[in-house]
Design a protein around this ligand. Structure first.
Ligand code: HEC
Ligand code: HEC
Ligand code: HEC
Ligand code: HEC
Ligand code: HEC
Ligand code: HEC
Length: 449
């Protein structure tokens, strides 16, 4: 018998493969190294702040603290828009006006009287406490051109988008290359097989073809034991999936409908720290938490007509234009004309989509849990202050309610009634803990009508 030697071609193939895979690892590392460099660029952009006479940063602080309740930079609020106002009046006039505008109006200053009349006779608060340097700072802030403030934001987002694009294309590149490698390998295998056969034929080696054996499925069908085991396995897994399927009927965990107004809990309860109970005020005292009426929204939104969210904030998922459009939807719903600053009377109520909904045969009471038991909203509803879009966080199944009743201690401190029950029950059961379940929280009648 002769041996078929074809080592050289095989080792060449191996070498080729190693070289190829090395190429890849190098290019992936190169990608990673490039990423931080790209990320550094927007930071440099942001550092280039505009310079002016006063300090616009301090000015912004003062403006937000003293003036923002009545003035906006680019839109009329209670008072006129203030961007560029420093060019409209001379400095001395501005100092006098801001220190005490009503005195100026009384003194008959023509400019002041006209301004007062144009704004429907609303008096501006006097700010005698502001030093002239403070006013310079505020004016420096209001003199910042709009574009300069917006440019770094735009630059940042495009850089980010570019970065993402790169990530995406590098992934497809790697995938494509992997496919290519596979194809090359297959072709090489076929070629190697062919050469081996040719070499064998040339050397007179007879290649023995395998005798046809029993097909695999026939062999399998003949083995009764194997068939039995398979049938049992199929039945078990079927039952498992059927059980899983039936158990999730009526359970809407993570249900997250699209609402008529994109209302972000992340922006309201998270970034701006508005208390849950400011809007869901009923949670403390009644069975239902309720959704706030649009009047509650207008308490703030009369003055917040556009979204100015910080571009660096983690809380901003969409563009400013998108959010401002959503606030406009609120105005359309309550019939608020933001240019004229008054209600038009044309309303079209918002139909919020209900998310949490227990079946009618279950009794659940918010005040009992929030006020009496002192359970945090987040225990049941999840980290709502991080939800850009509201969703149902808990499964709301019977097992979920009961588990918590078994595990949660009742708050007995500062409650004489509970203290007494606790002492009696502690004696009766010989335990120190008093859970909701101990007090009858697992009795059917407590939750079922
Ligand atoms: C209580 C609301 C209120 C507050 C607070 C307020 N303003 Fe005014 N401001 C007005 C009103 C209203 C006018 C329009 C004139 C009028 O009706 O008296 C006005 C007018 C002005 C004008 C003239 C605008 C123009 O177009 O010529 C300037 C400048 C100004 N305010 C600066 C300030 C600064 C700076 C602050 C903060 C330190 C401030 N205001 C705080 C209500 C307010
Ligand atoms: C500024 C007002 C406001 C604040 C603050 C607020 N919410 Fe809401 N909440 C709403 C509005 C409006 C809706 C209805 C729209 C939606 O589902 O996103 C809602 C919906 C909900 C829902 C779903 C209701 C349903 O349909 O089942 C839950 C749960 C909820 N809020 C919990 C909270 C918690 C917990 C907090 C505090 C961390 C909080 N909310 C703070 C206004 C507010
Ligand atoms: C306590 C004050 C307050 C109340 C009440 C309030 N908001 Fe807001 N809202 C804000 C603030 C602050 C912002 C962020 C503005 C910014 O960053 O420029 C905001 C932003 C928004 C935005 C744009 C971001 C987003 O969430 O999509 C919408 C839309 C909005 N509010 C709708 C509502 C609705 C609807 C209600 C009533 C259920 C409401 N707001 C109640 C203070 C309030
Ligand atoms: C013990 C768990 C639990 C706690 C704590 C809790 N909730 Fe709920 N919440 C629920 C359940 C369950 C529902 C569904 C009620 C239904 O369908 O009748 C619900 C429904 C809601 C709804 C929809 C409207 C309604 O009343 O049906 C809002 C809004 C809400 N919760 C807000 C809050 C807020 C705000 C807090 C904190 C002050 C809070 N929840 C605390 C379990 C809880
Ligand atoms: C996060 C834990 C928690 C969850 C989840 C929870 N509960 Fe409770 N529940 C309590 C506690 C604690 C009490 C005891 C309140 C007290 O001090 O009286 C209680 C009390 C009750 C009571 C009054 C029991 C009595 O003895 O009078 C009812 C009814 C009730 N819960 C229904 C429900 C229902 C229905 C659900 C599910 C939809 C649920 N609870 C989910 C913690 C929870
Ligand atoms: C702590 C509150 C609570 C107690 C106590 C409780 N249940 Fe329930 N039960 C629920 C809730 C919540 C649901 C709704 C579950 C769902 O919609 O998935 C439910 C649903 C049911 C259902 C409908 C089947 C289903 O899973 O949807 C039956 C039947 C039922 N309960 C029987 C009982 C019986 C019997 C008892 C007493 C041994 C009892 N429950 C005690 C909260 C409770």
């Amino acid at each position: 018998m002769k041996k078929v030697g074809n080592h050289t071609s095989i080792s060449r193939i191996l070498l080729f493969c190693v070289a190829l895979s090395l190429c890849f690892s190098v290019s992936t590392f190169a990608q990673e190294a490039a990423a931080p460099a790209a990320a550094a660029a927007p930071a440099a952009d942001a550092a280039a702040a505009p310079a002016g006479a006063g300090d616009p940063v301090k000015g912004k602080e003062l403006f937000n603290a003293n003036c923002a309740s009545c003035h906006k930079l680019d839109a009329k609020s209670t008072g006129p828009a203030l961007r560029g106002v420093a060019d409209k009046h001379d400095k001395a006039w501005l100092y006098r006006w801001i220190h005490n505008s009503s005195e100026m109006i009384k003194s008959g200053d023509a400019e002041a009287v006209k301004l007062f009349a144009d704004n429907g006779g609303v008096t501006m608060t006097a700010f005698p406490q502001l030093a002239e340097a403070d006013i310079d700072n505020i004016m420096a802030y209001t003199s910042q051109p709009k574009e300069v403030a917006a440019a770094p934001a735009g630059g940042g987002t495009t850089a980010q988008a570019g970065g993402e694009g790169n990530g995406g294309s590098s992934n497809t590149l790697i995938l494509g290359a992997l496919v290519l490698v596979l194809v090359v390998l297959i072709v090489m295998l076929v070629l190697v097989n062919k050469t081996l056969r040719r070499v064998a034929a040339a050397n007179g080696v007879v290649v023995v073809e395998n005798e046809p054996t029993l097909p695999l499925w026939k062999a399998y069908a003949k083995n009764q034991f194997l068939v039995l085991v398979t049938v049992i396995l199929l039945m078990l897994s079927g039952a498992y999936f059927l059980y899983g399927y039936t158990m999730q009927i009526g359970v809407d965990q993570n249900y997250q409908p699209v609402q008529p107004i994109h209302f972000s809990h992340k922006i309201h309860a998270g970034d701006n720290g508005i208390d849950c109970k400011y809007c869901h005020s009923a949670a403390r005292v009644s069975k239902n938490s309720g959704i706030p009426s649009l009047n509650v929204c207008m308490n703030c939104h009369k003055n917040i007509a556009e979204f100015a969210g910080d571009k660096d904030s983690l809380y901003v998922d969409h563009s400013k234009e998108f959010y401002t459009g959503e606030i406009q939807k609120l105005y359309d719903a309550v019939g608020w004309d933001k240019a004229a600053q008054k209600y038009t009377g044309k309303q079209k109520p918002v139909k919020w989509v209900r998310i949490h909904n227990l079946p009618d045969f279950v009794y659940f009471n918010h005040s009992q849990h929030v006020s009496v038991a002192g359970v945090e909203c987040q225990t049941c509803h999840g980290p709502v202050e991080t939800f850009e879009v509201m969703k149902q966080n808990a499964p709301l199944t019977m097992g979920w309610c009961i588990n918590c009743h078994r595990e949660t201690d009742v708050k007995v401190e500062g409650n004489d009634y509970y203290k007494k029950i606790h002492d009696e029950l502690a004696k009766k059961y010989g335990v120190q803990k008093l859970t909701a379940a101990n007090m009858g929280g697992t009795e059917c009648g407590k939750c079922h009508y």
